[in-house]
Design a protein around this ligand. Structure first.
Ligand SMILES: CC(C)(COP(=O)(O)OP(=O)(O)OC[C@H]1O[C@@H](n2cnc3c(N)ncnc32)[C@H](O)[C@@H]1OP(=O)(O)O)[C@@H](O)C(=O)NCCC(=O)NCCS
Length: 177
């Protein structure tokens, strides 16, 4: 059984652990120096940072469970534009990550729909995100969900830059479920 719920500051430990494991699983192979990967994970997914992030009102985190096990999470950031290339009334899907073991279940769409329905309910016009140019599965997923490219940004891991495509989609075009 798949369930999804909004996360609170009480979920910081789960999100910190899911965050670093899913990041290493999906992006670790692109980072040659494993010390850099460790440093990135220690910093980006420290309990302190995740707790702080969970307590910011414009951040909305979701957890997805399979048979009561937490297997992924998403982070929606409200009220944020991409370099003024998106309307003022935009939000960002900053993270959407499912554990490798559970990818065959293809449950990303359910988590994504929950995020999108929240953004629609808050009357956001657009949602944008960035994805590493080599992350073909995620790119295919976003294309299937009507995202189009509006730019690039450099994602830094230990001072090394990784090119990300910036995608956007208008929220009216997504059917509510
Ligand atoms: C991105 C993510 C949430 C999408 O959820 P999902 O459940 O995997 O999504 P789906 O399976 O519905 O869609 C992925 C599509 O990519 C396809 N795909 C799988 N592997 C692929 C690959 N190596 N290259 C290209 N396409 C691929 C799938 O077949 C599917 O397309 P289809 O439905 O037309 O067959 C999930 O893959 C994930 O968590 N990945 C790891 C973390 C990650 O990269 N997050 C995104 C960071 S920007």
């Amino acid at each position: 059984m798949v369930t999804i719920r909004t996360a609170t500051t009480n979920d910081a430990t789960i999100i910190a652990l899911l965050g670093r494991i899913t990041y290493s699983e999906s992006h670790g192979k692109y980072i040659d120096n494993k010390k850099h990967l460790l440093n990135y994970n220690n910093d980006a997914f420290s309990l302190k940072k995740i707790k702080e992030s969970l307590s910011i009102p414009d951040n909305v985190f979701y957890l997805i469970y399979v048979n009561k096990l937490p297997v992924g999470y998403a982070k929606l950031v409200l009220n944020t534009t991409f370099n003024n290339k998106t309307p003022q009334n935009s939000c960002r899907l900053e993270r959407i990550y499912i554990l490798n073991d559970f990818l065959p279940l293809k449950i990303g769409q359910q988590l994504y729909n929950t995020v999108i329905n929240k953004a629609i309910s808050l009357n956001f016009e657009c949602i944008w995100l960035s994805v590493y140019i080599k992350n073909n599965r995620a790119i295919q997923f976003y294309r299937k969900n009507n995202f189009t490219k509006i730019g690039v940004l450099q994602f830094k891991v230990n001072k090394k830059e990784y090119e990300n495509t910036v995608f956007v989609t208008k929220l009216e075009r997504i059917k509510k479920n």
